[in-house]
Ligand binder design. Structure first.
Ligand code: NAD
Length: 261
């Protein structure tokens, strides 16, 4: 028996990183998964590897009509949708006063509007299926500040707010809505060397290890599989049946407090 037997879950940003690991884990736990992304070749390849329990759909989460088409495609493939993981996101580094308006708006459009559109489009489908779950991907920057990622931090705080309101409004429809707040996770987002074929992967990994050994109490960067485990917990009807409207930090203790040593 898998934890998600019989479930159908749409996961955005699933071509790589945390979304990919969520798709793999959820399928291993019995769900049928619809992987959505803008990286079509990568997303198709992951879905193919997972097998018959997976489909890939192109979905730019910032575009409402693409959400409508993706949710319809998921229903057509598997008969219903009763789970959503809003995982897609982008990060840009900039000092607030140097951030071009267009850059700020782009980050809002993908991270914040994308999550809003996901809730708006998927919730009626999930309600029609008799209820289910939505897991939004915020960040530790959804619950604290971080210099030089102001636009990103603003959107992640907004996602925590959206999560609370959606939980209040959708509880009567038997839809639970929670958020994961990852700390530093070893994906292309925090380790861009993963995308650079000329980079020395071992050197980049060692530099990352060194940085997080000092910053994070558990002494290492997180793995995308560890965030996927939390998303699984929040999607499982058994494990998290009485939990809704909450942000959950998964950060190796980074936010626990300051250390003088
Ligand atoms: N890596 C970290 O340290 C970290 C920390 C906290 C939160 N997060 C959040 O976790 C989520 C997953 O990020 P990741 O770490 O796996 O990074 P990643 O960059 O590997 O994955 C992000 C995925 O989102 C997709 N995406 C980007 N824009 C999109 C759009 N408009 N429509 C659809 N898909 C789009 C990308 O193609 C990619 O597959 C993001 O929301 C990110 O903000 C990451």
């Amino acid at each position: 028996m898998g934890k998600l037997d019989g479930r159908v879950v749409l996961i955005t940003g699933a071509a790589r990183g945390q979304g990919e690991q969520e798709a793999r884990l959820f399928a291993a736990e019995g769900a049928r998964v619809v992987l959505a992304d803008v990286l079509d070749a990568q997303g198709e390849a992951v879905a193919k590897e997972i097998g018959a329990a997976a489909r890939y759909v192109h979905l730019d989460v910032s575009q409402e009509e693409q959400w409508v088409a993706a949710v319809a495609a998921a229903r057509q493939a598997y008969g219903k949708v009763d789970g959503l993981v809003n995982n897609a996101g982008i990060l840009r580094f900039n000092e607030l006063t140097a951030t071009p308006l267009a850059e700020f708006q782009q980050i809002v459009q993908v991270n914040q509007v994308g999550a809003f559109l996901g809730i708006k489009t998927a919730a009626p489908e999930i309600a029609a299926a008799g209820g289910g779950t939505i897991v939004n991907t915020a960040s530790y920057t959804g619950v604290t500040g971080m210099a030089y990622v102001g636009a990103y931090t603003a959107t992640k705080h907004a996602i925590v707010g959206l999560t609370r309101v959606a939980a209040l409004e959708l509880a009567a429809k038997r839809i639970r809505v929670n958020a994961v707040c990852p700390g530093a996770i070893d994906t292309a987002m925090s380790n861009p060397a993963q995308l650079d074929p000329t980079a020395d992967a071992d050197e980049a990994a060692a530099a990352l290890d060194e940085l997080y050994r000092k910053l994070v109490p558990l002494g290492r960067v997180g793995r995308p599989e560890e965030v996927a485990r939390l998303a699984l917990f929040l999607t499982s009807e058994e494990d998290s049946a009485y939990i809704t409207g909450q942000p959950f930090v998964v950060d190796g203790g980074w936010l626990a407090g300051v250390s003088v040593l």
